[in-house]
Design a protein around this ligand. Structure first.
Ligand SMILES: N[C@@H](CCC(=O)N[C@@H](CS)C(=O)NCC(=O)O)C(=O)O
Length: 206
């Protein structure tokens, strides 16, 4: 399988999940601005959505949307705790958390990366993130991982999007449990391997 990724983008989440599970992937870097892959291919011809992550399956199908990709990867290794088994309520809890991170956190960052986003919109989005992070910080003050005692695909996703706070000037100083969580995730060997493969330095994790 091949993962189309951009260094440090949301595609790092399925990349970490694959490393954690021991699912082998080949990687192809995408320039999300020019829509060219590092092999010189037209990424829009591969994925008309034009964004990463995109997972090319061995039968040639393309799977997109981070929350779907991590669940697909998890189902390849039954019995793991990153992605609880389909049909269990634990799986529904994972989906609930992936949905929250996807729609409430990930996509709230997106306008902060665009140079033409008006200042008022930036401030509004930052305030929204503060509100949404407060709930996650409260969860992480009580338990090590978002779903309880086990590291899950939701933790990988939260780690990846929260790394963007620094570049986008989102102040997370009110959330000590979140800061400690970021350090815990960054210390995991599989996370370090995925980050190194994308050319990301360990110290940029916080
Ligand atoms: N709905 C997609 C969104 C993916 C997404 O926002 N990807 C960003 C990087 S984090 C990207 O490739 N943006 C480039 C673009 O949209 O042109 C998902 O949840 O996987």
């Amino acid at each position: 399988m091949k993962l189309y990724y951009a260094p440090g983008a949301c595609s790092l989440s399925p990349h970490i999940v694959a490393q954690e599970l021991g699912v082998p992937l080949t990687l192809e870097k995408v320039d999300t601005k020019t829509k060219k892959t590092e092999a010189g291919a037209d990424f829009l011809a591969i994925n008309p959505k034009g964004y990463v992550p995109a997972l090319e399956l061995d039968d040639g199908q393309l799977l997109t949307e981070g929350p779907a990709i991590v669940q697909y990867l998890g189902d390849l290794k039954p019995g793991n705790t990153l992605v609880p088994a389909n049909g269990t309520f634990a799986r529904v809890r994972l989906q609930e958390m992936l949905g929250y991170i996807n729609s409430e956190i990930h996509k709230t960052y997106s306008p902060l990366f665009q140079a033409d986003t008006p200042e008022q919109t930036r401030e509004n989005r930052k305030a929204y993130l503060q509100k949404r992070y407060a709930l996650l910080d409260a969860i992480l003050a009580k338990q090590p991982w978002l779903l309880g005692k086990d590291f899950s695909a939701a933790d990988a996703y939260l780690f990846v999007v929260t790394r963007w706070a620094k570049a986008t000037h989102v102040d997370l100083s009110a959330f000590p449990a979140l800061a400690a969580f970021q350090e815990r995730v960054a210390a995991r060997p599989a996370v370090q391997k995925a980050m190194a493969a994308e050319g990301l330095a360990r110290h940029k994790a916080a």
